[in-house]
Design a protein around this ligand. Sequence first.
Ligand code: URA
Length: 198
Amino acid sequence: MSALAELCEEIATCRDCELAGHRTKVVPGEGAEDADLLFIGEAPGWHEDQQGRPFVGPAGQFLDQLLASIGLRREQVYIANVIKCRPPQNREPLPAEIETCRRWLDRQIEIIQPRMIITLGRYSLARYFANESISKIHGKPREAGGVILYPMYHPAAALHQGSLRPIIETDMLKIPQILSETGESPQRATEPQQLSLF
Ligand code: URA
C-alpha cells in the first residue's frame, strides 16, 4: 500500500476531536499521490460525509468543471480539506478542530509534495495567508518554500453569489500558465472543455 493510502487509512480511524462522534464517514482526501496540484477546501458537507469522498456535492461538480477547463480530471490532482470530518449541521469548523486536524494535512502535503497548493475558501486561505482578504489576493500566486501558493474563492461561493463564478473560472484558467512559468505544464488527459452551466 502507498504511503498516502496508509495515511488515509490512519486518518479514517481518527477520534481526536468530537467531530468523530457526529460523522458518517471520514473524508481524508483523494487523488494522485504525485499530483502537481493540491486543492484544499474547508470541510466535508453532507454529500462528502455520506460518501467519504471530498467535493462530491454541487460545489464538487463545479470543481470538476473547473478542472476540465484546464484539461484535468480529479484523479490527476489531489483534493483535500482543512478538516476531515463534517461539522454537525455544516457549522463552521472551530479553531480547535482545525488545529487538531492540522497534522493530517501536513502529512498529506509532505507525501504529495505538490508544486502548487490551491486554497479554496477562507479556512485553507487562513492556513497560509493569515489576516489577508480573499477579495484582494485571489488569483495571485506566491512562492513559499519551493511551493506556489494560489488562493481562490471556494467553488461553493459561486453557487450562492453568481457574480463570483466568472472570477473563479478566470482564476482557474491561470493555473497552467503559472505552472509552466515554474517548470513543466501539468499533463493533460483531455482537451480543455468549455465550462457549462449546472
Ligand atoms: N466543501 C468543501 O470545502 N469541501 C468539500 O469536500 C465539499 C464541500
